[in-house]
Design a protein around this ligand. Sequence first.
Ligand SMILES: Nc1nc2c(c(=O)[nH]1)N[C@H]1C(S)=C(S)[C@@H](COP(=O)(O)O)O[C@H]1N2
Ligand SMILES: [Mo]
Length: 322
Amino acid sequence: MPQRHPALPADADAITEEAVYRDRRRLLAAFGLLPTLGLAGCSEAAPPASKAVVTPAQAKSGFRTAEEQTRELDATTYNNFYEFGTNKDDPANAPKTLRTKPWSVAVGGHCARPGTLALEDLLKGLPPQERIYRMRCVEGWSMVIPWLGVPLADVLKRFEPTSKAKYVAFTSLADPRQMPGVRVPTLDWPYREGLRIDEAMHPLTLLATGMYGKALPQQNGAPLRLVVPWKYGFKGIKSIVAITFVERMPKTSWNMSQPSEYGFYSNVNPAVDHPRWSQKSERRIAGSASKLFAERIPTRPFNGYAEQVASLYAGMDLKKWF
Ligand SMILES: Nc1nc2c(c(=O)[nH]1)N[C@H]1C(S)=C(S)[C@@H](COP(=O)(O)O)O[C@H]1N2
Ligand SMILES: [Mo]
């Protein structure tokens, strides 16, 4: 177990991150066996519709950061991908059983052109762009990762969503033959995530196919995963097989598992503590700082992307819509 680093601020004393992580797993053991618990996860009321405006220049200023990057070795060996086990090194150590070729994605719901497409066709004509984003896990650690991918908006527009498409729901593969963790009811499989349509269409929202100049490794969500840099890492659903335009706020896995602890929005917010730990600071795993020696730094609203995304939430009480 890592020792508490001397650079820890006082507010981090309440609970060590290792304890947070063990606690998250213990809760899963207690509640994950009850798949119907998810009922409380869907919010009934509709949030205010946003009138967000983000200029191309504003958006672009978030596409990269000069902050020290996380070493590829750390980003590919310290993972959360419960379909391959709940220990941080389980996903990297798992046999390479995920068959990513061929891979197809079913796109449907409220759109004029639904269809199931081979991954190559889904991304046809959209060259991968590099985005260097901060990623902040709800557990209190963060990384800076160079992704390769395409703006989710460019993909979604091809399906011509209708005015009923208020949200976008995403589903991961859940095949016990390819993903050993799916044989264990740690979550109500398949892993599910969702975004409001304007969040999905935001220029920062990336459908990633690679990282560090290469294709995504299995443990990071090959062959296709979501990256939403202003939200907690669990919104970045991996190994996506379905994208659905829906009218109502979709169910999302961590919210289904623990509705009082993980909201639908899950915007990074140092002012809203997790019920069991502070979110004011984070352990930055970057540069020479490995997972064992990373120092804590302050967590920023919207993970430092407030200039680009705060307008999406104008008029919303971010304590209520957490
Ligand atoms: N399908 C699926 N997607 C997932 C997860 C998961 O367990 N299953 N974990 C999430 C969490 S909690 C985080 S922090 C990120 C971690 O991404 P990384 O391992 O590539 O850093 O993936 C997210 N996407
Ligand atoms: Mo996470």
